[in-house]
Design a protein. Structure first.
Length: 273
Protein backbone atom coordinates (compact mmCIF):
# COMPACT_ATOMS: atom_id res chain seq x y z
CA UNK A 1 0.00 0.00 0.00
CA UNK A 2 1.55 3.34 -0.98
CA UNK A 3 1.40 6.23 1.49
CA UNK A 4 -1.72 8.41 1.57
CA UNK A 5 -1.18 11.60 -0.41
CA UNK A 6 -3.21 14.80 -0.67
CA UNK A 7 -3.74 17.60 -3.16
CA UNK A 8 -5.94 20.70 -3.19
CA UNK A 9 -8.33 20.71 -6.16
CA UNK A 10 -11.00 23.37 -6.55
CA UNK A 11 -10.47 24.38 -2.93
CA UNK A 12 -11.06 20.82 -1.64
CA UNK A 13 -8.38 18.61 -0.07
CA UNK A 14 -8.43 15.32 -2.00
CA UNK A 15 -6.88 12.02 -1.03
CA UNK A 16 -5.14 9.91 -3.66
CA UNK A 17 -2.79 6.94 -3.92
CA UNK A 18 0.16 6.64 -6.28
CA UNK A 19 1.59 3.18 -6.97
CA UNK A 20 4.22 4.63 -9.30
CA UNK A 21 5.39 3.09 -12.54
CA UNK A 22 6.96 4.63 -15.64
CA UNK A 23 4.45 3.68 -18.34
CA UNK A 24 1.25 5.33 -19.54
CA UNK A 25 -0.83 6.75 -16.68
CA UNK A 26 -3.87 4.82 -15.43
CA UNK A 27 -6.35 6.56 -13.12
CA UNK A 28 -8.70 4.46 -10.97
CA UNK A 29 -12.05 5.89 -9.83
CA UNK A 30 -13.87 4.10 -7.01
CA UNK A 31 -17.54 3.29 -6.50
CA UNK A 32 -20.05 4.97 -4.21
CA UNK A 33 -18.94 4.82 -0.57
CA UNK A 34 -15.49 3.51 -1.51
CA UNK A 35 -12.05 5.11 -1.49
CA UNK A 36 -8.88 4.79 -3.53
CA UNK A 37 -7.81 2.01 -1.13
CA UNK A 38 -10.38 -0.38 -2.62
CA UNK A 39 -8.00 -0.98 -5.55
CA UNK A 40 -5.13 -2.09 -3.30
CA UNK A 41 -5.28 -5.70 -4.49
CA UNK A 42 -5.38 -4.83 -8.20
CA UNK A 43 -3.44 -1.62 -8.83
CA UNK A 44 0.05 -2.79 -7.71
CA UNK A 45 0.01 -5.51 -10.36
CA UNK A 46 -0.21 -2.91 -13.12
CA UNK A 47 2.65 -0.65 -11.99
CA UNK A 48 5.22 -2.73 -13.88
CA UNK A 49 3.76 -1.41 -17.13
CA UNK A 50 1.77 1.70 -16.18
CA UNK A 51 1.88 4.74 -13.87
CA UNK A 52 -0.98 3.89 -11.54
CA UNK A 53 -3.05 6.40 -9.52
CA UNK A 54 -6.38 6.28 -7.69
CA UNK A 55 -8.50 9.21 -6.50
CA UNK A 56 -10.91 9.33 -3.55
CA UNK A 57 -13.92 11.46 -4.50
CA UNK A 58 -15.08 14.39 -2.39
CA UNK A 59 -17.06 13.47 0.69
CA UNK A 60 -15.43 10.03 0.93
CA UNK A 61 -12.71 8.61 3.17
CA UNK A 62 -9.80 10.98 3.76
CA UNK A 63 -11.01 13.51 1.19
CA UNK A 64 -12.76 16.57 2.62
CA UNK A 65 -16.45 16.44 3.45
CA UNK A 66 -18.32 18.87 1.20
CA UNK A 67 -21.63 20.66 0.72
CA UNK A 68 -21.59 20.63 -3.09
CA UNK A 69 -20.15 18.91 -6.14
CA UNK A 70 -22.10 15.65 -5.80
CA UNK A 71 -22.90 15.12 -9.49
CA UNK A 72 -20.90 12.67 -11.55
CA UNK A 73 -19.83 15.46 -13.91
CA UNK A 74 -18.42 17.30 -10.88
CA UNK A 75 -16.38 14.22 -9.95
CA UNK A 76 -15.22 13.97 -13.56
CA UNK A 77 -13.91 17.53 -13.34
CA UNK A 78 -12.15 16.66 -10.08
CA UNK A 79 -10.44 13.78 -11.88
CA UNK A 80 -9.41 16.14 -14.68
CA UNK A 81 -8.02 18.56 -12.06
CA UNK A 82 -5.93 15.74 -10.58
CA UNK A 83 -4.47 15.00 -14.00
CA UNK A 84 -3.66 18.70 -14.36
CA UNK A 85 -2.03 18.80 -10.91
CA UNK A 86 0.09 15.75 -11.77
CA UNK A 87 1.03 17.23 -15.18
CA UNK A 88 -0.60 14.26 -16.94
CA UNK A 89 -1.85 15.13 -20.41
CA UNK A 90 -3.56 11.84 -21.17
CA UNK A 91 -4.49 8.81 -19.08
CA UNK A 92 -6.43 5.58 -19.26
CA UNK A 93 -9.32 5.55 -16.79
CA UNK A 94 -10.66 2.54 -14.87
CA UNK A 95 -13.94 3.13 -13.06
CA UNK A 96 -15.77 0.83 -10.67
CA UNK A 97 -19.55 1.19 -10.25
CA UNK A 98 -20.22 4.94 -9.80
CA UNK A 99 -16.65 5.57 -10.93
CA UNK A 100 -17.62 4.16 -14.32
CA UNK A 101 -20.12 6.97 -14.77
CA UNK A 102 -17.47 9.50 -13.82
CA UNK A 103 -15.12 7.94 -16.39
CA UNK A 104 -17.81 8.33 -19.07
CA UNK A 105 -18.41 11.96 -18.13
CA UNK A 106 -14.68 12.67 -18.18
CA UNK A 107 -14.20 11.07 -21.61
CA UNK A 108 -17.23 12.91 -23.06
CA UNK A 109 -16.18 16.30 -21.66
CA UNK A 110 -12.42 16.01 -22.26
CA UNK A 111 -11.89 13.52 -25.09
CA UNK A 112 -8.26 14.49 -25.63
CA UNK A 113 -7.33 13.63 -22.05
CA UNK A 114 -8.45 9.98 -22.11
CA UNK A 115 -6.73 7.03 -23.75
CA UNK A 116 -9.00 4.07 -23.02
CA UNK A 117 -11.77 3.34 -20.51
CA UNK A 118 -12.36 0.21 -18.46
CA UNK A 119 -15.68 -0.16 -16.63
CA UNK A 120 -15.54 -2.52 -13.65
CA UNK A 121 -19.23 -3.37 -13.27
CA UNK A 122 -19.79 0.32 -13.91
CA UNK A 123 -21.59 0.52 -17.27
CA UNK A 124 -25.09 0.80 -15.80
CA UNK A 125 -27.68 3.49 -16.53
CA UNK A 126 -28.90 4.01 -12.99
CA UNK A 127 -31.62 6.46 -14.10
CA UNK A 128 -33.30 3.56 -15.91
CA UNK A 129 -33.21 1.08 -13.03
CA UNK A 130 -36.67 -0.50 -12.68
CA UNK A 131 -36.78 -1.10 -8.94
CA UNK A 132 -37.23 1.36 -6.09
CA UNK A 133 -34.87 -0.70 -3.94
CA UNK A 134 -31.38 0.74 -3.84
CA UNK A 135 -28.64 -1.58 -2.65
CA UNK A 136 -26.03 1.20 -2.77
CA UNK A 137 -27.69 3.10 0.08
CA UNK A 138 -26.16 2.60 3.55
CA UNK A 139 -28.11 -0.06 5.44
CA UNK A 140 -26.26 0.07 8.75
CA UNK A 141 -26.28 2.51 11.72
CA UNK A 142 -24.08 5.61 11.72
CA UNK A 143 -22.48 4.88 15.12
CA UNK A 144 -20.93 1.71 16.58
CA UNK A 145 -19.61 0.69 19.99
CA UNK A 146 -16.27 -0.35 18.51
CA UNK A 147 -14.35 -0.44 15.25
CA UNK A 148 -14.71 -4.22 15.18
CA UNK A 149 -18.48 -3.91 15.36
CA UNK A 150 -18.42 -1.48 12.46
CA UNK A 151 -16.30 -3.82 10.32
CA UNK A 152 -18.58 -6.78 10.99
CA UNK A 153 -21.66 -4.70 10.13
CA UNK A 154 -20.15 -3.64 6.80
CA UNK A 155 -19.17 -7.16 5.79
CA UNK A 156 -22.63 -8.44 6.72
CA UNK A 157 -24.01 -6.41 3.80
CA UNK A 158 -22.20 -8.55 1.23
CA UNK A 159 -23.22 -12.00 0.09
CA UNK A 160 -19.65 -12.70 -1.04
CA UNK A 161 -16.52 -12.79 1.11
CA UNK A 162 -14.45 -9.79 0.02
CA UNK A 163 -12.35 -9.43 3.17
CA UNK A 164 -8.75 -8.54 2.55
CA UNK A 165 -6.17 -5.74 2.36
CA UNK A 166 -8.27 -3.47 0.14
CA UNK A 167 -11.34 -3.38 2.38
CA UNK A 168 -9.22 -3.37 5.54
CA UNK A 169 -7.44 -0.20 4.38
CA UNK A 170 -10.61 1.43 3.08
CA UNK A 171 -12.74 0.83 6.17
CA UNK A 172 -10.09 2.23 8.51
CA UNK A 173 -10.30 5.60 6.72
CA UNK A 174 -14.09 5.67 6.60
CA UNK A 175 -14.83 6.35 10.29
CA UNK A 176 -14.13 8.82 13.06
CA UNK A 177 -12.82 7.08 16.21
CA UNK A 178 -14.03 8.65 19.45
CA UNK A 179 -12.05 8.80 22.73
CA UNK A 180 -14.10 5.95 24.21
CA UNK A 181 -13.33 3.66 21.26
CA UNK A 182 -16.72 4.04 19.59
CA UNK A 183 -16.77 4.94 15.92
CA UNK A 184 -18.90 7.15 13.70
CA UNK A 185 -19.33 6.31 10.02
CA UNK A 186 -18.23 9.30 7.92
CA UNK A 187 -20.45 8.13 5.06
CA UNK A 188 -23.72 8.21 6.99
CA UNK A 189 -27.12 7.94 5.33
CA UNK A 190 -27.39 11.74 5.36
CA UNK A 191 -23.90 12.18 3.88
CA UNK A 192 -24.55 9.56 1.21
CA UNK A 193 -27.99 10.83 0.14
CA UNK A 194 -26.91 13.52 -2.37
CA UNK A 195 -24.43 11.14 -4.00
CA UNK A 196 -27.12 8.45 -4.26
CA UNK A 197 -29.53 10.93 -5.87
CA UNK A 198 -26.84 12.00 -8.35
CA UNK A 199 -26.20 8.37 -9.29
CA UNK A 200 -29.91 7.64 -9.69
CA UNK A 201 -30.16 10.46 -12.22
CA UNK A 202 -27.21 9.40 -14.36
CA UNK A 203 -27.16 7.95 -17.89
CA UNK A 204 -23.86 7.38 -19.67
CA UNK A 205 -23.11 9.72 -22.63
CA UNK A 206 -21.81 6.83 -24.72
CA UNK A 207 -22.43 8.50 -28.08
CA UNK A 208 -19.97 11.24 -27.05
CA UNK A 209 -17.19 8.77 -26.21
CA UNK A 210 -14.75 8.21 -29.05
CA UNK A 211 -12.04 6.22 -27.25
CA UNK A 212 -11.96 2.41 -26.98
CA UNK A 213 -13.95 1.14 -23.99
CA UNK A 214 -14.13 -2.24 -22.25
CA UNK A 215 -17.11 -2.94 -19.98
CA UNK A 216 -16.80 -5.85 -17.56
CA UNK A 217 -20.10 -7.03 -16.13
CA UNK A 218 -20.37 -9.19 -13.02
CA UNK A 219 -22.90 -11.97 -13.43
CA UNK A 220 -24.57 -13.23 -10.28
CA UNK A 221 -27.77 -14.55 -8.75
CA UNK A 222 -28.99 -10.98 -8.06
CA UNK A 223 -29.83 -10.51 -11.73
CA UNK A 224 -33.37 -11.85 -11.78
CA UNK A 225 -36.60 -10.59 -13.35
CA UNK A 226 -36.72 -6.86 -14.08
CA UNK A 227 -33.21 -6.37 -12.68
CA UNK A 228 -31.82 -8.92 -15.12
CA UNK A 229 -33.64 -7.30 -18.03
CA UNK A 230 -32.25 -3.92 -17.02
CA UNK A 231 -28.69 -5.26 -16.84
CA UNK A 232 -28.94 -6.65 -20.36
CA UNK A 233 -30.40 -3.36 -21.61
CA UNK A 234 -27.46 -1.48 -20.06
CA UNK A 235 -25.00 -3.82 -21.72
CA UNK A 236 -26.72 -3.55 -25.10
CA UNK A 237 -26.89 0.26 -25.00
CA UNK A 238 -23.18 0.39 -24.20
CA UNK A 239 -22.47 -1.83 -27.23
CA UNK A 240 -24.86 0.03 -29.55
CA UNK A 241 -23.85 3.61 -28.73
CA UNK A 242 -20.13 3.45 -27.92
CA UNK A 243 -17.97 3.85 -31.01
CA UNK A 244 -15.38 1.24 -30.00
CA UNK A 245 -17.01 -1.03 -27.39
CA UNK A 246 -16.06 -4.41 -25.97
CA UNK A 247 -17.78 -6.48 -23.29
CA UNK A 248 -16.56 -9.14 -20.89
CA UNK A 249 -19.03 -10.91 -18.58
CA UNK A 250 -17.64 -12.66 -15.49
CA UNK A 251 -19.32 -14.75 -12.82
CA UNK A 252 -18.38 -12.62 -9.81
CA UNK A 253 -19.54 -10.18 -7.15
CA UNK A 254 -19.93 -6.45 -7.76
CA UNK A 255 -16.30 -6.23 -6.56
CA UNK A 256 -15.13 -8.46 -9.38
CA UNK A 257 -11.65 -6.94 -9.25
CA UNK A 258 -11.27 -8.48 -5.78
CA UNK A 259 -12.89 -11.91 -5.99
CA UNK A 260 -11.83 -12.47 -9.63
CA UNK A 261 -8.71 -10.34 -9.50
CA UNK A 262 -6.48 -12.43 -11.76
CA UNK A 263 -9.08 -12.62 -14.53
CA UNK A 264 -9.75 -8.89 -14.32
CA UNK A 265 -6.03 -8.12 -14.22
CA UNK A 266 -5.39 -10.15 -17.37
CA UNK A 267 -8.24 -8.46 -19.23
CA UNK A 268 -7.20 -4.96 -18.16
CA UNK A 269 -3.55 -5.50 -19.09
CA UNK A 270 -4.44 -6.87 -22.52
CA UNK A 271 -6.92 -4.08 -23.25
CA UNK A 272 -4.69 -1.20 -22.15
CA UNK A 273 -1.50 -2.51 -23.74
Amino acid sequence: MPPDQFVILDGVRFHYLDWGGDGEPVLFLAGLGCTAHVFAELAPHLSDRFRVLALTRRGHGLTDQVQSGYALVDAAEDARRLLDAMSIERAHVVGHSMGGGEASALAARHPGRIGRIVYLDGAYDWADRPTSEWSEEPAIPDRFASYGAYVEAVYSLFADDIRGPAFDAMLSTSVYIEADGSVVDKFSAAAAAPFVEALKAFRHPYSDIAVPALAMFALGDQWQGAEGTWRVACRDRFLDETADARVLEIRASHYLFIDRRDDVLTAVREFLT
